[in-house]
Write a protein that binds this ligand. Structure first.
Ligand SMILES: [Fe+2]
Ligand SMILES: [Fe+2]
Length: 289
């Protein structure tokens, strides 16, 4: 029996305790679209949340970002790093809270977040090396949130998702293929429903929707391709667990879009290994959930 996708969407959207994007993160996304936003407003808004402020300062001062000197306040961070970077660090510091305190019998949630973090690091490396209009920090957040649909499915269609995870074990298939077969839709679809509800910007929405089918993206193709590659590179390095043990292939459209070579992929993996060593504070955030 395959689920009716419209009914499943209704079911998920009607759940009153559907995780919401933390308040500060959703305000900051709205502020990003307003020409009136200034550094002082952003600083004040973030500083209302002390726990978040502490996390953001820890991250901006980590060796991952490698800024010289110590950044002591959010206002200071906004002036030095700019709004876009601070916005992305706030998203990063907030995103792991989406599954705070949750345990799952079928999905290893910390390992899934590690996979997302690995994907984020991979997407950032790819975006930095290839240049173009894509901001590496935007690609990072795209990677971080790309598999959010798996968390939602696990939490709100638990019994159906158990059939999916059992199928993955029995058939050793990609989790996405098992989702399609058992549910009739995938974590990409469910992630997109939630991203729409959260009013995420189109580049994040499209990378959630198309990271396994980058050839179908009509907008934000670089972002989608960077997350597609980040996902595969993270899997190849065995960072965390995506829910299956398979290695999806890089889609032809992505090879072509970026004129990729095997040498480029080897170099990206080498850079990822260096970046991973600097990402301790990010892994600590996952462990603290
Ligand atoms: Fe995925
Ligand atoms: Fe993934």
């Amino acid at each position: 029996m395959v689920l009716d996708s419209a009914k499943a969407r209704k079911k998920i959207e009607s759940v009153s305790d559907l995780p919401t994007l933390p308040t500060v993160a959703s305000h900051i996304i709205a502020m990003a679209n307003s020409p009136k936003t200034n550094a002082a407003d952003v600083g004040k808004m973030i500083e209302q949340d002390q726990a978040l402020t502490a996390k953001v300062l820890k991250l901006v001062n980590s060796s991952f970002y490698g800024f010289p000197g110590q950044i002591k306040s959010i206002q200071h961070a906004v002036v030095i790093l700019g709004f876009n970077k601070v916005k992305n660090v706030v998203m990063t510091a907030s995103v792991f809270d989406l599954s705070k305190g949750r345990k799952s019998l079928q999905i290893d949630i910390p390992k899934l977040w590690e996979h997302c973090l690995g994907t984020a690091i991979g997407a950032r490396v790819v975006a930095s090396s290839l240049g173009g209009g894509l901001q590496p920090d935007d690609a990072f957040v795209g990677g971080l949130i790309h598999d959010i649909g798996k968390l939602i499915l696990d939490q709100f269609l638990t019994e159906d998702y158990m059939v999916v995870t059992e199928k993955v074990s029995a058939d050793n298939c990609l989790i996405r293929s098992a989702e399609k077969e058992v549910l009739g839709f995938t974590h990409n679809t469910v992630g997109t429903w939630v991203a729409e509800k959260w009013r995420l910007p189109p580049n994040l929405l499209h990378s959630i929707q198309y990271h396994h089918r980058p050839d179908q993206a009509r907008e934000n193709r670089e972002m989608v391709a960077a997350v597609h590659l980040g996902d595969i590179l993270a899997r190849s390095l065995g960072i965390g667990a995506a829910g299956d043990n398979r290695m999806p292939e890089i889609k032809t459209s992505v090879w072509q879009l970026y004129n990729l070579t095997a040498k480029f992929l080897d170099e990206s993996i080498a850079t990822m290994l260096v970046e991973l060593k600097k990402a301790k504070e990010f892994f600590d955030l996952i462990e603290s959930q």
